[in-house]
Design a protein around this ligand. Structure first.
Ligand code: FMN
Ligand code: COI
Length: 372
C-alpha cells in the first residue's frame, strides 16, 4: 500500500529511493559545502507571517499575469536539465503538467526533449532558457527556433560562465546515459567534444562549450537579434539589477541556480528585496530557490516578487509518478498558497503586502527603535 504524498518535500525521499545514486545526486545536490543550498530553505523559515483577521475570505483568486500572460497562479516551472534522467517522457511530461495547471514553464536549453517536441504537446505559455555557447551561430539558431516554436521569451542564464563545483557529480563520475542527449543542441555542436579535466562529464561539457567571455554587451546583442523579450536569470545584487535595467532586459529572475554555482551566496529570498528596491517596478522581478511550500510563495510575493519558479520538486515528482507527479506538485503548491492567503486575510495576489511578513531585519529594526 502506498501512502498519499501530502507535501512537496516527500517527493524528494521517494525519488531518492527510485533513482540511481548518480541521477539523484545530480538533481539534489548543490555546490561545494552546500551552505547556500541549506540557506535557500532556512532563510524562508526565518521569515514570519503577519495575518490579519476577520476578513471575508470566502472567495480567493490566486490567478495572476506574468509579462502580459494570464496564468492560474504565480507559481511556475524553472528550467532544470535532463528530465529524462527522472522519467522516460522527460520534458514532455513536464510541459503537459504545466499546461494542465495553466501555468508557465521555462524549458532548459539542456533538456532531453527539443523545443519542437515540447511545442507539439499542445498549447501553453513557455519561455526558453538559453546558455550562450562559444559558437554564436548556435545561440542564433536556438533563438530562431524558440521564436518558430512559439516560446514567448528568452531567459538568459547569467550565473554560469563555468559550472560550479558539484562534488557529488565528480565523485559519481556523472555521465549522461548514452540514450539521452542534449536534444536542442543535436546537430549544432559536437556533443562528444569536451576537455577531460573533470571527472564530471557535465562540468567538462559546460566548461568546453559555454562562452566565459559573456558580458553585458552580449545581453544587448541578444536583444538585437530577437523580437522576444529577454529576461536575465541569476541576479543576486542591486548593482547587477541596475545594470540589467540599463541593458534593457524585460524581466529579472533572482536566482542562485538552486545553490549549484557559487557556494556561500545568500539565499535568494534574502536578497529579493534589495533587487526589488533597485528595480522600482520598471520590470517584473521573479525568484527561484528553495520554494517548497505555499507560504514560501506568499513570502516571496510579499517581498516584491511578481511570481516564483520551482526547480527540483518537478523532476523528483516526475521520477516518482511521471506527469501525474509533476501535476500534483503544482496542485499542492497552489492549494497551500491559497490556504496561506485565506489564513492571512488576502483575497487576491494584488492584496499581498509587505506588511504581511516580518523579516529578521524588520525585527532588528524594531528592537533598535524600542531602545531609543
Ligand atoms: C537538476 C537541475 C538542473 C538545472 N538545470 C538548469 C538549466 O539547465 N538552466 C538553468 O538556467 N538553470 C538550471 N537549474 C537551476 C534552476 O533553474 C533553478 O534556478 C533552481 O533549481 C531553483 O531552485 P530549487 O531547485 O531549490 O527550486 C537547474 C537546477 C537543477 C536542480
Ligand atoms: C547542463 C547543465 C549546465 C545544466 C545546469 O544548469 C545544471 O545542472 O545546473
Amino acid at each position: 500500500m502506498s501512502l498519499e504524498v501530502v507535501n512537496v518535500d516527500e517527493y524528494e525521499l521517494l525519488a531518492k529511493a527510485k533513482m540511481s545514486k548518480m541521477a539523484f545526486d545530480y538533481f539534489a545536490r548543490g555546490s561545494e559545502d552546500q551552505v547556500s543550498l541549506r540557506e535557500n530553505r532556512e532563510a524562508f523559515s526565518r521569515i514570519r507571517l503577519r495575518p490579519r483577521i476577520l476578513v471575508d475570505v470566502s472567495n480567493i483568486d490566486v490567478a495572476t499575469s506574468v509579462m502580459g500572460f494570464k496564468i492560474s497562479m504565480p507559481i511556475m516551472v524553472a528550467p532544470t536539465a535532463h528530465h529524462k534522467l527522472a522519467h522516460p517522457e522527460g520534458e514532455l511530461a513536464t510541459a503537459r503538467a504545466a499546461s494542465a495547471a495553466d501555468t508557465l514553464m521555462i524549458l532548459s536549453s539542456s533538456a532531453n526533449c527539443s523545443m519542437e517536441e515540447v511545442a507539439a504537446t499542445g498549447p501553453g505559455v513557455r519561455f526558453f532558457q538559453l546558455y550562450v555557447y562559444k559558437d554564436r551561430n548556435i545561440t542564433i539558431t536556438l533563438v530562431r527556433r524558440a521564436e518558430q516554436f512559439g516560446f514567448k521569451a528568452i531567459v538568459l542564464t547569467v550565473d554560469t560562465p563555468r559550472l560550479g563545483r558539484r562534488e557529488a557529480d565528480i565523485k559519481n563520475r556523472f555521465k549522461l546515459p548514452s540514450h539521452l542527449v542534449y536534444k536542442n543542441l543535436e546537430g549544432l555542436m559536437n556533443l562528444e567534444q569536451m576537455d577531460k579535466s573533470s571527472h564530471s562529464e557535465l562540468a567538462s561539457w559546460a566548461d568546453s562549450h559555454f562562452d566565459r567571455s559573456l558580458n553585458w554587451k552580449d545581453v544587448e546583442w541578444l536583444q538585437s537579434i530577437t523580437h522576444l523579450p529577454v529576461l536575465v536569470k541569476g541576479i543576486l545584487t542591486a548593482e547587477d539589477a541596475s545594470l540589467a535595467l540599463q541593458a534593457g532586459v524585460k524581466g529579472i529572475i533572482v536566482s542562485n541556480h538552486g545553490a549549484r554555482q557559487l557556494d556561500h551566496v545568500p539565499a535568494t529570498i534574502s536578497v529579493l528585496e534589495e533587487v526589488v528596491y533597485a528595480v522600482r517596478g520598471r520590470v517584473p522581478v521573479f525568484l527561484d530557490g528553495g520554494i517548497r511550500r505555499g507560504s514560501d510563495v506568499f513570502k516571496a510575493l510579499a517581498l516584491g516578487a511578481s511570481g516564483v519558479f520551482v526547480g527540483r520538486p518537478v523532476p523528483y515528482a516526475l521520477a516518482v509518478d511521471g506527469e501525474a507527479g509533476a501535476t500534483k506538485v503544482l496542485q499542492m503548491l497552489r492549494d497551500e498558497f491559497e490556504l496561506t492567503m485565506a489564513l492571512i486575510g488576502v483575497r487576491s495576489v494584488k492584496e499581498i503586502r509587505r506588511q504581511h511578513v516580518l523579516t529578521e531585519q524588520d525585527s532588528m529594526k524594531l528592537a533598535l527603535i524600542s531602545k531609543l
